[in-house]
Design a protein around this ligand. Structure first.
Ligand SMILES: [Fe+2]
Ligand SMILES: [Fe+2]
Length: 187
């Protein structure tokens, strides 16, 4: 169940990455991308991915280390990868802020910062889908999943709730809607 949710979230993230890439292509042609869309995607990653998706994966990974240390070792240092992802996202946010504030930054630098983020996120998701999730599905015991789910509800963390899930879904829909409108205007 947890793996299914995380996998589904990967597909959502990929959709947002594709939108971000599309906006970047427009930026590269020296045209004006939709900055509202770009900032909404950054905000989505800052909140949902960093505060919700990654911590869940970290919990699953901690269990995998216990149940199958060799498999965990092959995957490497997941928490560190998440930290590096957060750093790349921060650089994207700063670059976009620079552009919007008309501070000096080369278009080429903005491009490579965002492309670097896109490439690493996609690679990370692919690794998790192909290696991490199957290894966890095989090695973790039913009790592990129950405990992970329990730990989340015990937290009483408002992030781990259906209401929050619904809000993030609304945010994704909003982003895709904005993107459609921006596309229609560009026609
Ligand atoms: Fe991850
Ligand atoms: Fe992930």
């Amino acid at each position: 169940m947890i793996i299914e949710l995380l996998t589904r979230e990967h597909r959502n993230i990929e959709r947002l990455l594709a939108v971000l890439e599309h906006e970047l292509d427009i930026f590269d042609r020296a045209a004006r991308p939709d900055y509202e869309v770009i900032r909404a995607i950054i905000a989505y990653f800052e909140v949902y991915t960093e505060m919700y998706h990654h911590p869940q994966e970290d919990q699953v990974f901690a269990r995998l280390k216990l149940r199958d240390p060799a498999a965990a070792a092959r995957i490497g240092d997941l928490a560190r990868e998440h930290q590096k992802g957060a750093d790349r996202l921060r650089r994207v946010a700063q670059a976009v802020d620079c552009v919007l504030a008309d501070r000096e930054i080369l278009r080429q630098d903005v491009d490579s910062i965002v492309r670097d983020f896109l490439a690493h996120e996609r690679h990370h998701i692919m690794m998790e889908d192909r290696e991490f999730f199957p290894a966890a599905a095989t090695a973790l015991r039913p009790g592990d999943w129950t405990e992970i789910a329990l730990a989340q509800s015990r937290h009483k963390d408002p992030l781990f709730s259906d209401a929050m899930e619904a809000r993030f879904e609304a945010l994704r829909k909003h982003i895709l809607q904005l993107e459609q409108e921006a596309e229609a205007e560009r026609q």
